[in-house]
Every structure is written in C-alpha cells, then in structure tokens.
Design a protein around this ligand. Structure first.
Ligand code: KIV
Ligand code: ZN
Length: 512
C-alpha cells in the first residue's frame, strides 16, 4: 500500500472519546441515531464505544454493529483479554468489525499508571493484538501518550504490533502536547523506521489542550498519516479532539496544498453537527469554524459590500458546501446601505429611495440599543413605515391538554383586522405553527428550526431561526422575544409574510 496516493480515512470517535467527556453522555438510542448519521455522512470508521466499560456501552456497540451499514464499526479495548473478548462479542454482527487495542508507551504512563517496564509493554502489545486478530482481520493498535514516548521505543512497540497483525498504527497525542512541526517529523520518522510501514495505515489522534488538534492532525497527514481520528464539533476529553468538520474542510479547501481528500459528504456536516447539539443539549460557540452561527455571517459594511460584489472577497468556501442554505449578511451598526437594501429585497420589500433612506436611518438608530438587527426588526421598521403590510401577533396562548397542546393565536392581518384561530398539535410548537397556518392561510414545511438563548438573567431573550423551502427558494425568518414561543411565532410569521408578499410575482400558490 502506498500511503501517499490514498485518501485520508476519517475515524470518528464522537461516540467513544467524545461521549466519555463531561456533559456529552448519550443514551443507547441517541448513540444509534448518531451512528446512522455518521454512516450517512460517509465516515470510514465509527468507533462505537468501549464494550467492557459498562453493559450499556456493550449494548450500544452491539446494536450499532448490527444496524449501521457502510462504515467499519470499531470498539476499544485495553490489552486485556476481558476487554478484547467483550469487543469481539459486541462486534459479532458487524459487516466490517475492527478491534482497537491500546496501551500506554510514555515513561510517565509506564511508571505511574501501568507500573510496567518497556519489555512488559511490548509483551502486552503482542498479546493484545494477537488475541484481537483471532476474532477479526482488522485490528488497530494505539500507543497511548505516543507524543511523550521515546521515539525509538515507539518504533519497537509498533514493530511488535505489526508483527502480531495490526493493520492500523495510531499515534495519539493523548494530552494535546505536540506542535505541528514535531508531529509531522514524528510521522516521517515512524514511516521510515517501522518495519512493514508501507503495509499499514498510520493514524493521528490529536487532543486539543493547546488548541492545536486540527493543525497537528493536518501536519500528521503531511508526515504520512492516512487516517485521522476526530469528533463532530471537536467534542472529547478535556478540551476535546480534532474537529472533523474543520479537518475535512481544510483538506478540501486547501486540496492544492495537501493533495489528499476524504470521502465525507461535506454538505451533511452542518446537519450532523446540529444533530449532535440536539442530542447532547450543548450548542457550539457562535464563532465555531464551519458549523457556528457566525461561520458564514458578515456584519461589517466593508465586508458586506465586498461580498455583494464578489463573494470570494471574504469567503473561502461556499456555505452550501457544508450544509448552510446561504451566507448571512447580518445587519448591525457596522452594516452599510447596500447590505440593508439587499436584505430588504430578499425579504420581499421593494422600496423607493426615500423610503429606503428612512428605514436605514431607523435601523441605525436601533443599533444604539441592540447589537444585531434581525429580519423581524427590519420587517417591523418597514411595516411601521407602512411600506409593506404583514401579519403580526396580537395575542397567543397555549394550553397543555395532556396528550396534546392547544394553541390560540390572535393576529392583526395586513389590513389591521383581527383574526383568531385555534389548533391542536403534539407539542406547543406544532400546535402554535398549525394555529398560525390556519389564521394566515399560509402553510409551509419547515426545513430547519432552532431556538437559542441570548444573554442571561433578566436580560435573557430567546431567538428563533427557521427556514422553509418553497418553489426552489429558501425563506428564512427570525424572531426575538423574552418568550421563545413568541420568538418562534414571530419567526414563523416573518416567513409567512415574505411568502405572501412574494407570491404575486412567484409562481407558487399559497394554500388557503
Ligand atoms: O487519547 C488517547 O490516547 C486515546 C486512545 C485510547 C486512543 O483516546
Ligand atoms: Zn483520545
């Protein structure tokens, strides 16, 4: 096998290294749902868990091995017969099983954690890999804390692992200590010195304690690694593991530099990231690369102006390449006239110059009291100027009826008449959106719907963002309010109003 010609294998360990970190615990059905999403995303290997760590982990690995097709399913074991046998049983029904055995190799771990000599470590490596090979063809060996191990000793341990039948040699930077130059050099050294190096895959497993996990993984690839171990959203022990979405997109965007790619379906990255956030209840930070809310949002007037002329000025990849519907020109105090006019056009408002001037002046005034101008704010300003009518919430209430929720909405219609409607739904959101659809006569399928909290304590506000796809166009709406349900209703009406305004010149019908 020639490592320099091949693709980079993505080994996802969200369900093992990620899941074992505080705050990211998942139950069995959540793990299974997430494993299906990883297979859809196109990862090569899913590390499903550590079967001997608990009966729950065993069951989750077993179900994933049975149900999830496409990817190799890996399970982790120390070089202990009990761990390895548990992996073999849990992986029994996998189409492509892998047992991943590990032992620490650094002097610190040998002395203080294992109480073992170098010879003991080599013996346990041979035992662990050989036993795993009795059950499966595909065995990966990891030298835990490799980056703080003597490199000559690492070669000895890896030689033993290869001789015992390991196909993948993983080099973990367990405590996130390495720097890019150092790890690139180590991979070059290992590939030059491990016996049979051309017949195995070298793998990098980088932790993020110094914020270098992705940079180190990329450097390892330059050094010859052809598997990287990573997690969605970079979750993992302490500061996390290398973030898959960042690694994959770095290889894609800078393909000319790295010359190797992955088999990841990159437009599914955002949905996979959001699925993980929904499952764990932990959102990524706004400015997180690729999947953060700000990743494709531009606020500064100069940037927005550049973007409107040629998006390459401030964008190195298309938002659609990673699953966003589009870039967002966020309106704030740094936004310019062109961006406000453009957003108003997208919202379906076509204004005369003088009207536009007035709305821009009002929007600027609003930025004195709030940081960002949402679509709902713009709509309110425009409607306040009576340039474009729309539906607005007058009152709403929700009643929990046990199995269902009943929503009552009272809206003022575009001509300022009151309309009231009730609807039932499985939960408050379903009931609320059904009542709004009845009241407005506008109905659409949601493509995405998210609520976030902005601020804390007495200042906390809910922000709802939703999008709908109709007649090949994406319509987005935003709402903010102290109450997330009201924010959701405002966002829903923002979309409904755009659709209604645009319906006259677009060829699609509004259902009555
Ligand atoms: O960080 C680490 O060393 C690990 C190994 C078990 C691969 O997670
Ligand atoms: Zn790890």
């Amino acid at each position: 096998m020639n490592n320099t010609q091949d693709h980079v294998r993505i080994f996802d360990t969200t369900l093992r290294d990620g899941e074992q970190s505080p705050g990211f615990t998942m139950n069995a059905s959540q793990k299974i749902a997430f494993a299906h999403a990883l297979a859809d995303l196109g990862v090569d290997v899913i590390e499903a868990g550590f079967p001997n760590s608990s009966p729950a982990d065993f069951n989750a690995v077993q179900t994933i091995a049975r149900e999830v097709q496409g990817a190799t399913i890996a399970a982790l074991a120390r070089c202990h017969p009990g761990d390895i046998e548990a992996c073999a049983r849990a992986l029994h029904e996998a189409a492509k099983p892998r047992i991943h055995v590990f032992i620490s190799t650094s002097p610190l771990h040998r002395e203080h954690k294992l109480g073992m000599s170098k010879a003991d470590v080599i013996e346990r490596t041979t035992m662990g890999v050989s036993l795993a090979r009795k059950y499966v063809e595909d065995v990966e060996f990891s030298a835990e804390d490799a980056l703080r191990s003597e490199r000559e000793f690492l070669v000895e341990v890896f030689n033993a692992a290869v001789a015992a039948g390991a196909r993948t040699l993983n080099v973990p930077d367990t405590v996130g200590y390495a720097t890019p130059d150092e790890i690139r050099e180590l991979f070059r050294y290992l590939r030059a010195n491990v016996q049979g190096a051309d017949d195995v895959i070298f793998s990098a497993h980088c932790h993020n304690d110094l914020g270098l996990a992705v940079a180190n993984s990329l450097a390892a690839i330059e050094g010859g690694a052809r598997q990287v171990e990573c997690t969605i959203n970079g979750i993992g022990e302490r500061a996390g593991n290398a973030a898959m979405e960042e690694l994959v997109m770095a290889l894609k965007v800078r393909g000319g530099w790295y010359g190797v790619d992955t088999r990841i379906q990159t437009p599914k990255l955002l949905d996979t990231s959001r699925l993980l956030s929904r499952i764990t209840g932990i959102q990524v930070q706004r400015n997180k690369a690729i999947v953060g809310l700000n990743a494709f949002a531009h606020e500064s007037g100069i940037h927005q102006h550049g973007m409107l002329k040629n998006r390459d000025t401030y964008e190195i990849m298309r938002p659609q390449d990673v699953g966003w519907p589009d870039s967002q020109l966020v309106l704030g105090r740094h936004s310019g006239r062109a961006a406000v006019a453009d957003r108003l056009r997208q919202l379906g408002f076509v204004l005369e110059d003088a009207q536009l001037d007035q709305v821009i002046a009002d929007a600027k005034a609003l930025t004195q009291t709030q940081h960002v101008i949402t679509d709902a704010d713009l709509q309110m300003l425009v409607e306040g100027e009576r340039y474009g009518p729309g539906w607005r919430i007058a009152a709403m209430s929700l009643i929990d009826e046990g199995q269902h929720t009943r929503a009552h909405v009272e809206l003022s219609d575009p001509d300022n008449h009151r309309v009231q409607q009730d609807a039932r739904g499985d939960g408050p959101i379903a009931a609320l959106f059904a009542a709004l659809a009845r009241a407005t006569g506008v109905d659409f399928e949601l493509e995405s719907y998210e609520v976030h909290s902005m601020g804390i304590g007495r200042d906390a506000r809910g922000e709802a963002n939703l999008s709908a796809r109709i007649a090949g166009e994406t319509w987005t709406g935003q709402g903010t309010s102290r109450d997330v349900l009201e924010a959701s209703a405002i966002a829903w009406l923002a979309v409904a109003n755009q659709i209604q305004r645009a319906a006259s010149h677009l060829r699609f019908a509004i259902s009555a």
